[in-house]
Write a protein that binds this ligand. Sequence first.
Ligand code: 48F
Length: 256
Amino acid sequence: MEEKISRAIIQKYFEKLQANLSVDVVVVGAGPSGMVAAHDLAASGRKVAIFERKLAPGGGIWGGGMFFNEVAVRDDAFPILDDFGVGYHSAGDGYYTVDAVELASGLIFGACRAGASFFNAISVEDIVLKDERVAGVVINWTPITSLEMHVDPLVITARVVLDSTGHPSEIAELATRKAGIKIETATGGIMGERPMWVEKGEVTTVEDTKMLYPGLYVSGMAANNVSGGFRMGPIFGGMLKSGRKVAELIREELGC
Ligand code: 48F
């Protein structure tokens, strides 16, 4: 019995990893924008692998606002919440609250059920850059990185990589710093997130969701950081809509 359980887990995990060595889309970061994008792309038949540094996917959702585990949305988020079966409750003045745990778990389950493969506790530590195109990611177990063990990584190739790493926009940062490439912003580099302005931030997050360089897209707070957008705190409509928009852009490129 003991051996069977271990064998089943090892076999299934390695099947999953091998099946995802080359994919249509790598999503880096399982926050709200990345998970909506992973869901939409997988639902339209694309092969999607999502790598998350932490043990639990969900990014900044779980903590709500300052650990109060509720987040806010406006009615423009309803179509996406409805797709995932996540509920919302009127708070008056056109604002609604969503239980942070229901939102995080709903997005995780929705993306899994649509066919996206989750790989948690794995960090993306570099990109593959070939012939002036981002062509994949370099991965390693998060504990290896955090314990500074000298262990070489492995590589996942992809037609498209999505940077949905949140505030630090880690993949765009790597691409500009290590590869010296110019990305699709006003300066050609990372402009840095601006202070809190909720109304503006909700809009700029979606506007700045785009292709940054051949093979590299950006969504969510990473899009804000890259293009100098405003932060918006625990309101999540912009994140969800950014994920949906980037999936549409990628679908257009991949022709599906
Ligand atoms: O930050 P995060 O939740 O992404 P998001 O979709 O949403 C932002 C909101 O949660 C919130 C907000 C709303 O107004 O401001 O902050 O932009 O999730 C990003 C995820 O990416 C993971 C990280 O652990 C988090 O779960 N991540 C970051 N860098 C890497 C990574 C990396 N190099 N490799 C793998 N995962």
